[in-house]
Ligand binder design. Structure first.
Ligand code: ADP
Length: 151
């Protein structure tokens, strides 16, 4: 069984994440969308809100589960028997950052990171842009799934 973990902050989930997850569905039997808990980081949305946005977005999709984890992503992958990490790439900065982590993760654990290139339509979207727009009462409807707008 091919099981992948898609780790991230998802503060909040965007149409960029949504696109990556949907395009990864045919590649895996199960995708675990895993929200990493980092006590040092400040979030706009609570952990519960972030989980609920993702759960609502993928309601009825049996291959997707939503969880949270603490500590190293590779340790979490081992705990749940996942052999793959899924990540999205938007630009060269993402590539450089992700490359080092993916190599370290493979050396540490043998876990392979699978990268999907962002779609042209969603390549500019980031959770930080969404947070800025929402904080200032702007319209984020072209950037996020409906579940986030209903909050
Ligand atoms: P993190 O804090 O781990 O970067 P994010 O929630 O910001 O968490 O992102 C999770 C994953 O989704 C990362 O691999 C990121 O590159 C990817 N991602 C975010 N936005 C997009 C997008 N617009 N297109 C493709 N991938 C994206």
């Amino acid at each position: 069984m091919k099981k992948a973990v898609f780790p991230g902050s998802f503060d909040p989930i965007t149409l960029g994440h949504f696109d990556i997850i949907n395009r990864a569905l045919p590649l895996f039997d199960e995708i675990v969308v895993a929200i990493g808990i980092n006590a040092d980081k400040k979030y706009m949305f609570s952990l519960e809100e972030r989980m609920n946005f993702i759960k609502k977005t993928f309601k009825g999709e049996p291959k997707i589960t939503v969880t949270t984890y603490k500590g190293l992503t590779v340790d979490y992958c081992k705990t749940i028997d996942a052999d793959f990490i899924l990540r999205g790439l938007r630009n060269p900065a993402d590539f450089e950052f992700e490359k080092a982590i993916a190599i370290a993760n493979r050396k540490l654990s043998g876990i392979e990171t699978v990268f999907l290139l962002t779609s042209a339509e969603t390549s500019y979207i980031s959770s930080s842009i969404v947070r800025d727009i929402m904080r200032n009462n702007g319209d984020a409807s072209i950037l996020v799934p409906n579940s986030v707008l209903e909050s």
